[in-house]
Write a protein that binds this ligand. Structure first.
Ligand SMILES: CCCCCCCCCC(=O)SCCNC(=O)CCNC(=O)[C@H](O)C(C)(C)COP(=O)(O)OP(=O)(O)OC[C@H]1O[C@@H](n2cnc3c(N)ncnc32)[C@H](O)[C@@H]1OP(=O)(O)O
Length: 163
């Protein structure tokens, strides 16, 4: 499989007030720092989990795979709506914000530890407030999990709740 790198990620430009997500917030020192960018007309997140995220020794804990699919979905929807609004990462515009309404995961094969996981997403707009992202998670060339996330534009009630 070719070596891939996410050069420009939507999480790099989340404003500070929403950059704290345990999965993908760049400001959360304890988090996974998942980063999602365009990969042609698909989206991509690449992540190698640390050894402690094991389920059965040698294999990744399923909850972590769900987290990867969740944050990949949030980032993918933000990328897609940002582009629909006429913007790209780096043009100075603030990206849209999404929260997860629904997350479904099929664990297809055991996911091995110590290899980069590659989440590839296909984004579909259902209506301007609601998007769906289908994600496939590969370990090297093996399709290990497939997930669907429904994302809704974040209601303003989510802000200012961290005090
Ligand atoms: C913030 C961005 C930066 C940080 C990103 C990191 C985030 C990582 C991902 C997360 O962990 S987010 C945290 C986990 N998610 C939540 O806490 C969300 C909690 N749920 C809610 O706040 C509300 O239920 C939600 C905003 C998702 C929907 O509220 P409403 O149902 O009042 O919204 P609305 O009525 O406007 O519905 C919008 C659409 O979503 C649909 N919808 C709502 N819940 C759904 C659901 N569970 N499944 C499928 N569709 C759903 C709803 O039917 C509707 O579609 P239609 O207009 O086509 O009918």
């Amino acid at each position: 499989m070719e070596e891939l790198k996410v050069e420009k990620a939507i999480q790099d430009i989340y404003p500070d007030d929403i950059a704290w997500c345990y999965g993908c917030g760049r400001l959360n020192d304890d988090g996974h720092h998942l980063r999602t960018g365009w990969h042609g007309d698909k989206t991509i997140t690449i992540y190698t989990p640390e050894s402690k995220y094991m389920g059965i020794p040698g294999f990744i804990y399923g909850g972590l795979i769900a987290s990867l699919i969740d944050c990949h979905g949030t980032g993918s929807a933000a990328l897609a709506l940002h582009r629909k609004n006429g913007h790209e990462i780096g043009d100075g515009a603030e990206p849209p914000r999404f929260v997860t309404a629904n997350l479904n995961v099929d664990f297809l094969k055991p996911t091995p530890q110590h290899v980069p996981l590659k989440a590839i997403g296909t984004v579909e707009e259902i209506h301007p407030k609601k998007w769906k992202v289908e994600t496939e998670v590969y370990a090297q060339d093996t399709l290990c999990a497939r997930g669907t996330v429904v994302l809704v534009v974040m209601p303003s009630t989510f802000l200012n709740k961290n005090d």
